[in-house]
Design a protein around this ligand. Structure first.
Ligand code: GLU
Length: 555
């Protein structure tokens, strides 16, 4: 047995499998030509950032568009970042927005698919098996340097102005320890990490084709990167290489912060004898800072909208957020949507190559506009059921109001809906309470504020006159004819043009008369169709509100 073989046994005596075993266990996927295998690989921090949802959508859409596979892998090797059951925030976030993976983790402790386990902490044996092989081939070695020694090394490199910093070449003290030295330290229980033995050279370059960014050229990796930490847990780099190989990922789609690590990853794929997957580095989600107007990364600390849960709590329908994210993802999405207005968003023929490589701006105002459109074309039953579900979780008062009389509540959402030009009043469910407050006596506020051109006396006169003609059975035309009818006797004109020509001849026009009625009945100047509102409110409520307004204006 040569020294490498002896070292491999010393370090990994408990590992009896070989990489070949896993090659067979996880065979190359039998998919049609061009099918892509993608993965979403979050760390379970208990928080799902909007950038995470954005990335997951890219994974799922890429796989769907090519009849491929997408899976969810939990990267829980960084104990510092991990929180108890951090998986739930990810799963709940994905579920809330209808993002479904073909395989992978499905809940806390549950998963589906043949390429698992899909949680890194359960794959330690696989990493060790690959690491053992690297040690046998002289491509990895134990490093016993302490934290202090490594920090000294960094200081020295800084002082010397070394161009490349890190553990490599002459700095890599443990690289050339003899087997006897290694054995003595291990037997003495000295803690160690396992490092990659890089054979890269800084005068060589690597090239790779990023699917989003095109050709990228960088210096070759020379660093002896840590593969396994002292507790035997892999680093991100090593776990990524082993997992994406054995899970047969074809396209590693991840945030642009990983671009600089690609040379390391390529070196590791090669050392392990694995095929190098395609890489696609997605741009970051940015925003314009409200204070200084600069473009910056959406921050977990400063921006509530950085958390996916924010959109759930605010009651943005999932369709709205998805629709908006798709406009950020592919510039041709809006044209596709125009041509396919009713199509399921997940049938969009997403193309990674059409993604922009510069940071994409997350704009709440644009999301709000999109959401108003999305909600405006939903039918009343859908709106009712979505609002009800939201209110059940986030607004018990609204929930109680809406569920008291289901038909009445659906009536609210039917007004002006289903027409060629539906109103675009609601952007999120948290606005519904305010939107429909005047439909319920409990939330109606009868303190109508009159426009400047109408005095209390004028308003009182209008209401009293209107009460003499109001009939709850009137259809819309008759209803409006009656409003016009009372204009002239009160000194208003039913004809707006006429008023504009000759304003001094009248107290106002038909618009002013209906404003007074609208204010009395709803407490607002602006509402959807007033005739529909009055029909829904019903005779008794309308008369009561007209009377109480007349009284209020007498004061
Ligand atoms: N676990 C990594 C992260 O959360 C994912 C990077 C990747 O997708 O490979 O940043």
């Amino acid at each position: 047995m040569n020294d490498n073989m002896k070292l491999a046994e010393l370090l990994f005596g408990d590992i009896d499998k070989t990489p070949e075993y896993y090659e067979e266990l996880y065979p190359v996927r039998n998919l049609k030509e061009g099918a892509r295998v993608t993965r979403f690989a979050p760390s379970p921090t208990g928080y799902l950032h909007i950038g995470g949802l954005f990335g997951a959508l890219v994974d799922v859409l890429t796989a769907k568009a090519t009849d491929g596979v997408s899976f969810l892998r939990i990267e829980d090797t960084d104990k510092k970042r991990e929180i108890d059951d951090g998986v739930s925030a990810i799963i709940t976030g994905m579920d809330s927005f209808g993002v479904e993976f073909t395989e992978g983790v499905t809940g806390f402790g549950t998963e589906k698919g043949d390429y698992g386990p899909y949680t890194q902490s359960q794959r330690v044996e696989i990493y060790k098996t690959v690491a053992k092989k690297l040690v046998q081939e002289g491509l990895a070695y134990p490093c016993f340097c302490t934290a202090e020694e490594l920090s000294e090394l960094r200081d020295t490199q800084e002082k010397e102005g070394a161009l490349i910093r890190g553990y490599f070449g002459k700095w890599a003290r443990c690289r050339d320890l003899s087997f006897e030295e290694q054995e003595a330290k291990i037997k003495a229980g000295v803690p160690y990490v396992l490092r990659f033995r890089s054979n890269g050279s800084d005068d060589k370059r690597i090239f790779f084709e990023d699917v989003i960014r095109g050709k990228i050229e960088m210096p070759e990796n020379t660093i002896d990167e840590v593969l396994l930490k002292s507790d035997g847990i892999p680093t991100y780099h090593f776990a990524h290489v082993c997992d994406d190989h054995f899970m047969r990922t074809t396209h590693v789609i991840r945030g642009e912060e990983w671009i600089s690590s690609v040379p390391k990853h390529i070196a590791l794929f090669k050392a392990c004898g694995f095929k190098i997957p395609k890489f696609a580095h997605t741009p970051q989600v940015m925003k314009i800072d409200e204070e200084d107007g600069t473009k910056r990364k959406l921050s977990k600390r400063k921006d509530p909208e950085a958390a996916v849960s924010y959109f759930v709590e605010e009651g943005f329908p999932k369709e709205s957020l998805l629709e908006y994210l798709l406009t950020l993802l592919n510039s041709n999405f809006e044209d596709w949507r125009k041509a396919n207005p009713a199509a399921d968003i997940f049938s969009f023929p997403f193309n990674l190559k059409k993604m922009s490589s510069s940071g994409c701006l997350f704009d709440l105002v644009k999301l709000t506009d999109i959401s108003k459109n999305v909600i405006s074309v939903m039918d009343a039953d859908t709106v009712y059921s979505l609002v009800k579900t939201w209110a059940e979780a986030y607004d018990s008062e609204l929930y109680a109001l809406l569920t008291k009389d289901e038909a009445y509540s659906k009536g609210i959402f039917s007004i002006d809906r289903g027409t060629a030009k539906p109103r675009k009043d609601i952007a999120k469910w948290s606005e519904v309470k305010e939107y429909c407050s005047y439909f319920f006596d409990e939330t109606f506020t009868d303190k109508p504020e009159l426009p400047e051109n109408i005095t209390k006396e004028m308003a009182k006169e209008v209401i009293e006159k209107y009460l003499t003609v109001y009939d709850s059975e009137d259809d819309k035309d008759t209803w409006f004819a009656k409003i016009k009818e009372i204009c002239e006797p009160l000194g208003y004109t039913p004809n707006v043009k006429e008023y504009k020509k000759n304003p001094d001849a009248y107290k106002g026009h038909v618009g002013d008369v209906s404003t007074v009625i609208r204010l009395a009945v709803t407490g607002r100047r602006n509402t959807p169709d007033l005739h529909s509102i009055m029909s829904l409110l019903g005779k008794d409520r309308v008369i009561a509100r007209l009377n109480s307004a007349a009284e209020a204006f007498s004061a």
